[in-house]
Design a protein around this ligand. Structure first.
Ligand SMILES: C[S@@+](CC[C@H](N)C(=O)[O-])C[C@H]1O[C@@H](n2cnc3c(N)ncnc32)[C@H](O)[C@@H]1O
Length: 225
């Protein structure tokens, strides 16, 4: 689906840019030494609290709910498309200090986030890229899993949700290949009777869309063995 460019996009972004902590725009690609892009996360959040990342956060409703309910956790949303991210930026109230956004391709995260800095990664309804030749764009491809290991603390976890059954099975194989073990799993999250209350409570926009169509939602939480 082609997204229509929003009118006055950059002007809209500039009005909410106080919560935008990095962009991999033209200057980033041109610069050979990318070290100036590295963030000092203690300065960004003004504390040492845990940091959780949603990669491919879309319009940001999931993180907004998380950040509202957990003021002692810092959240960063990562989104490739500024056209989409501007909606997430506009959602954040002025007095929120624990929710920031990065407008970058996930493959550049090591230039923005220090090693050993992240506690948890959420991959909610990541693009499945069904064609085999694009498998390395999938956010659970081993290339990305190795990158996550670098920016995350050793005991980090990944929580993934997807409507796409084939992508889910692919992801489980990639986790196994990269030394992760399953902590919790469901192939039909919203029909689980017990044990998944929190995972069911925080729903994303895509999750609601697929639930309304009667689609089962796959969920897995993994950690390194
Ligand atoms: C299907 S949407 C899901 C949005 C949201 N997480 C939800 O569940 O409602 C996937 C999002 O991931 C973003 N995305 C895809 N590849 C990405 C990448 N390599 N880096 C950052 N964002 C990416 C897309 O632009 C899109 O907004």
């Amino acid at each position: 689906m082609r997204l229509r460019k929003k009118k006055n996009l950059e002007e809209k972004v500039s009005l909410v840019a106080n919560n935008l902590i990095g962009r991999d725009c033209y200057a980033f690609y041109k610069l050979e030494d990318k070290t100036p892009y590295m963030l000092d996360l203690k300065k960004v959040f003004d504390n040492d609290n845990k940091i959780e990342l949603e990669i491919g956060c879309g319009k940001g409703d999931f993180l907004y709910k998380k950040a509202s309910d957990n003021k002692d956790i810092n959240y960063i949303g990562v989104e490739l498309l500024i056209n989409v991210l501007v909606d997430a930026l506009e959602l954040v109230p002025k007095d929120y200090t624990n929710l920031k956004y990065l407008n970058v391709n996930a493959q550049h995260l090591q230039w923005f986030l220090p090693e050993n800095s992240i506690d948890k990664i959420y991959l909610n309804f990541s693009c499945p890229y069904p064609k085999k030749q694009y498998a390395n764009h999938r956010l659970t491809n081993s290339k990305f899993l190795e990158l996550y290991k670098k920016i995350c603390k050793p005991n980090f976890t990944i929580e993934q949700k997807t409507d796409n059954d084939a992508f889910f099975e692919y992801s489980l194989e990639e986790y196994e290949k990269c030394g992760f073990e399953i902590v919790k799993i469901s192939r039909d999250l919203h029909n689980e009777k017990v044990g998944f209350e929190e995972e069911k409570a925080y729903q994303t926009q895509y999750e609601q869309k697929f639930m309304s169509l009667g689609k089962n939602i796959n969920y897995v939480k993994v950690k390194l063995k």
